[in-house]
Design a protein around this ligand. Structure first.
Ligand SMILES: NC(=O)c1ccc[n+]([C@@H]2O[C@H](COP(=O)([O-])OP(=O)(O)OC[C@H]3O[C@@H](n4cnc5c(N)ncnc54)[C@H](O)[C@@H]3O)[C@@H](O)[C@H]2O)c1
Length: 266
């Protein structure tokens, strides 16, 4: 019989990297509201712990947080071991953790370039691999959602050469890995967010050092470039992540879904 609501995540076991803040936390909130059980893996655990404490008692056991620095080579294995220990396995991975430091290439230090690639591309790839290994062991397929960027397909500003190339890489990784694991019933898709108001985007922006008036002026200019007339919110990305992680997306793999308020139309 056809399911009545293909977007349900009831009981699904989900790992969200970088889920303590920003887009990751938006995704955690949506998934928990949809009935999923979620492990947040982040190097900053305090905001996640605060969120868990704020949940009603019946939901509190559905969410856990672990302290992981994803740039450590052991991180992917550690996260999956914890998923198995806490929830008995993994059905969905949301690969979200990423950094976007501004540094023009002409001034780029090799160490910073490595840092961006290690987190945004290498950690993402090996976390996908570790999650897929566990999904294959379970034999019931799975869903992997990778948070890429509109910068995976179009540069948004000078200063993001390392970031943009890491996100271009993660898009092509998504497509190739989707090909590799399709035979196991594992769907791998990516989301390309546009400008989303998060803790990270306000801190890394040059605006963090500006006056209130300057910020308002620049924000208005930025919004003028967005046909839907506003910055994105973490929940705008989270709702699409729910779609890609649910059975509604069973026939999608290797796709990139752009969620940018129309920014790339300009
Ligand atoms: N905000 C945007 O406008 C935007 C646009 C396009 C794509 N994205 C992508 O979305 C993702 C999330 O961005 P955001 O704006 O929510 O960021 P954010 O900085 O607000 O949150 C990122 C989270 O990842 C965690 N994290 C960072 N480095 C980590 C590490 N080494 N190990 C473990 N956890 C780590 C942080 O502690 C934080 O909780 C990133 O991949 C980013 O590239 C963001």
């Amino acid at each position: 019989m056809q399911e009545t609501n293909p977007f349900l995540l009831n009981g699904k076991r989900v790992l969200v990297t970088g889920g303590s803040m920003g887009i990751g936390m938006g995704i955690v909130r949506r998934f928990v509201a949809g009935g999923a059980r979620v492990l947040i893996a982040d190097k900053a655990t305090e905001p996640a712990q605060k969120y868990i404490n704020s949940l009603q008692a019946s939901l509190r056991n559905n969410v856990a947080v672990i302290n992981v620095d994803l740039t450590e080579q052991s991180a992917p294995e550690t996260m999956i071991t914890e998923m198995v220990r806490i929830f008995g396995g993994i059905d969905i991975l949301v690969n979200n953790a990423g950094i976007y430091p501004m540094a023009p290439m002409m001034e780029m230090k090799p160490e910073l370039f490595d840092k961006v690639y290690t987190l945004n591309l290498k950690a993402a790839a090996f976390t996908c691999r570790e999650a897929a290994r566990q999904m294959i062991k379970q034999g019931t397929g799975g869903k992997i959602v990778v948070i890429a960027s509109i910068d995976s397909i179009h540069p948004s500003s000078v200063g993001l050469a390392a970031y943009d190339s890491s996100k271009g890489g993660v898009l092509m990784f998504t497509k190739n890995f989707a090909l590799e694991v399709a035979k196991y019933g594992i769907n791998v898709n990516a989301i390309a967010p546009g400008g989303i108001a998060t803790e990270g985007s306000s801190l890394s922006s040059p605006m963090s050092k500006m006056s209130k008036e300057e910020i308002e002026k620049i924000t208005a200019g930025f919004i003028a470039q967005i046909p839907l007339g506003r910055m994105g919110l973490p929940d705008d990305i989270a709702k699409v992540a729910v779609f890609l992680a649910s059975s509604a997306a069973d026939y999608m793999t290797g796709s990139l879904v752009v969620v940018d308020g129309g920014r790339l139309l300009m």
